[in-house]
Design a protein. Structure first.
Length: 488
């Protein structure tokens, strides 16, 4: 007699089928909102514990308002509010699920004479559009201190001014995903037609392979340009992380900014000599190096910050230092993932894969930083002076006023070619929304919120509708999340 194996029941098997996508979307939103903050809180707690390890404590020293417990309580409870990201996720997915049938019924009754397939697609898109609009408006209705200022009116009295824009990152994420879906589908259809006609060329095959690296190179270059010249258009955490990775003296960044806005002029005494003069004193360089009236241009050795005059040696030094810095982050994560997903029989192979993955990602990040700095040096001393004519002071002003930074931005992103091909699309799609956000102000007046809601709703509807039609059309992490949310 054959013995049937009991079917494994999922954690959500007790939830009605129609409600499962809504519940999963809420849990995903809660994990996204609380998870990173919990990790940060834990790391801060461990660091604080290590600092206080030498101090003698007793059980009576513990207070009920311990900062760790207070922070834990705040992180766990804040996402439970109505105007929160988990609720918005539930409204988006749940609304799409529940509104599709009523919208389809309305189209059947009052819609145009269209095919059943077109009516189904349109009803799905409209349902997703309405749900996405409501979910973003829910988030926009929440007021936060960072988007509230106290200003003085014409009569001198203070007044509260509220700004919008706290949901811009989410909107740009939806826009880039929608563009990826649309462009990917158009390119797929073109490839099918061209291959059927035997006209698919090597150039088109190369374009397919280099599309994601090109998106990353363009996006990361734009982000680096913004980090130097318009840092206020990047999130504070992003600015801080790039500053830690770049490990650059802030006085150099300020000098580049002043070269671009005309405050610092080569060949003229505009009172800017003390800026880099203090850096010369700190590093033991001649004081004339930091004076733009006498130094045309500042020696590249100042950019190298103690690595000597060779631009090539400085680039290699940056590669080595950045590789070590990145390995301290990537290696523990890779080992943790290997321990979680691997089995004991394949422990050696899992360890090897973890080391390879960490080394490859670290080489990518190290090369990114090294290429940026070497691009700056190429424009300043290697190629720029030979390609540009004119008066030396004007030439140096043009180079340090933007050309050198532009060269570094153009080169750095191509380090993505060192990364695993399977991860390139995820990295490119992660960076692209942040690059798009640099083109717009971080805050705007509330009267224009409907424009952002319209953009988000249309983009999110494209992604959800395309996923329902062809799951492979939504790539990367977004496709994986939607697959988990809508799985049977």
């Amino acid at each position: 007699m054959a013995v049937s194996t009991p079917t494994r029941r999922g954690w959500d098997s007790g939830i009605p089928t129609v409600l499962r996508p809504l519940v999963r979307a809420y849990l995903f939103g809660y994990a996204s909102a609380a998870g990173p903050r919990l990790l940060t809180l834990f790391l801060q707690h461990v660091a604080r514990h290590r600092r206080n390890k030498q101090q003698t404590t007793t059980a009576s020293d513990a207070q009920p308002d311990d900062p760790f417990l207070a922070g834990l309580r705040r992180i766990l409870l804040r996402p439970l509010s109505l105007k929160s990201f988990p609720t918005a996720c539930a409204v988006l997915i749940g609304g799409t699920t529940f509104l599709e049938l009523p919208v389809k019924s309305l189209l059947d009754r009052y819609g145009w004479t269209i095919s059943d397939i077109a009516r189904r697609r349109l009803s799905r898109w409209l349902a997703s559009f309405i749900a996405a609009w409501l979910s973003l408006r829910l988030l926009q209705s929440k007021q936060t201190p960072s988007f509230t200022d106290i200003e003085h009116g014409p009569d001198g009295r203070p007044r509260t001014v509220r700004y919008a824009g706290r949901t811009l990152d989410l909107t740009f994420l939806a826009v880039t995903r929608a563009l990826d879906v649309v462009v990917g589908e158009l390119w797929r259809r073109r490839r099918i037609r061209r291959e059927a006609a035997g006209r698919w060329t090597g150039f088109e095959r190369a374009a397919s392979r280099l599309a994601d690296p090109a998106v990353f190179a363009l996006s990361s270059g734009l982000i680096m340009w913004t980090w130097i010249y318009r840092p206020s258009r990047l999130p504070r955490a992003y600015n801080k992380w790039i500053g830690s990775a770049a490990a650059v003296d802030a006085r150099l960044i300020t000098a580049l900014q002043r070269c671009r806005d005309g405050t610092l002029l080569y060949g003229k005494d505009t009172g800017q000599a003390p800026l880099l003069g203090s850096m010369c004193a700190d590093y033991g360089w001649p004081a004339a190096w930091g004076d733009p009236a006498r130094s045309l241009p500042f020696p590249c050795e100042m950019v190298h910050m103690g690595c000597g005059p060779s631009c090539e040696y400085h680039a290699l030094s940056r590669l080595a230092r950045s590789f070590r810095w990145a390995m301290m982050t990537y290696l523990p994560l890779s080992l943790l993932l290997a321990a979680r997903s691997g089995n004991r029989g394949n422990s050696i192979q899992a360890l090897r894969r973890a080391l390879t993955s960490a080394a490859r990602s670290s080489a990518f990040l190290g090369a990114f930083i090294a290429l940026f700095y070497y691009g700056v040096c190429l424009a300043r001393t290697r190629l720029g002076p030979r390609l540009l004519g004119g008066h030396p002071a004007e030439r140096c002003q043009r180079i340090d006023g933007g050309l050198c930074v532009g060269a570094g931005c153009a080169l750095c992103g191509w380090s993505i070619l060192l990364e695993n091909p399977g991860r390139r699309k995820d990295i490119a799609l992660f960076v692209a929304p942040r690059a798009m956000a640099t083109l717009f102000p971080r805050r705007y007046t509330p009267e224009k919120q409907w424009r952002e809601a319209l953009t988000f709703a249309a983009s999110a509807a494209v992604v959800v509708a395309a996923f329902a039609e062809n799951r492979a059309s939504v790539r990367g992490v977004a496709g994986g999340v939607l697959s988990w949310v809508f799985r049977e």
